[in-house]
Each structure stands twice: as structure tokens, then as C-alpha cells.
Design a protein around this ligand. Sequence first.
Ligand SMILES: [Zn+2]
Length: 135
Amino acid sequence: MPNGRTHFIAGTICGALGSLVIQDQLHDNKELDTRHLLLSTGTGAAVSRLPDILEPAFHPNHRAFFHSFTFGALLGFAGVQVVKKIKEKRRQRKTLGLQQISGTEILLAIALVAIVVISLHLLMDMFTKRGLPVV
Ligand SMILES: [Zn+2]
């Protein structure tokens, strides 16, 4: 069963990997932006335990909405919208001939990392004995 430490480690690694994937997709010059890597890794670490902070494990049935399949589906929907917005912003930047990634793109990428890391938390909890509730 994943505990807080397991979620933290998984979220931190996912944040770092997410930054590498996003930078590979967004950067044309393929240079590693260490600020983005640190921001993304920190975001992954910070949100890795968010569902357990919102619904602390005070009793065996603590998992409610923020640990549910419904919340996971909402995260998935939000993730798709964020990816669409990132692609749109990237296309606009290319049209203008700009190399520099905008602040909006960075924020969207960080939001995407947060969504993926929280989804990872739910995925890890899903494979425990108690699983996840539907709502
Ligand atoms: Zn949890």
C-alpha cells in the first residue's frame, strides 16, 4: 500500500520526467531549462499527497470525492483541455516566429504536471485493497 513517502517519491520523479517530456515537446533548441525542471519537480513533490491532505486517513473509509473515479475523470478532462491549450499557444508562438516560450505555456505545462501527478496518486491508491470509490 502506498504511503505518504511513496506518493512523494513517485510524484517528485513524475514531476521531473514530466518536465523533460514537456521541454522536449516545447523547446526548439532542445536545451535543458533547469528552472523549469526544478519548478516541475517541486510541483510534483508538492501535489503528490494532495488527495491525502484533502481527505486525511483518519479512518479506513477516508477516501471520498478527491480519491474517486469521478475526480480522476475530471482530472483527465482537465488534462486534455490543458494539452489542447498548450498546443494552441505553441502554434500561435510559431506563427509569430517566436522562439521564447511564453509564461502561459510554462504555467500550462506546470498545471499539466500537477494533473498527472494527482492522477498518479489516484492510480496508486486504486491498486490497494480498498480501491477507489466511484464518487
Ligand atoms: Zn491517497
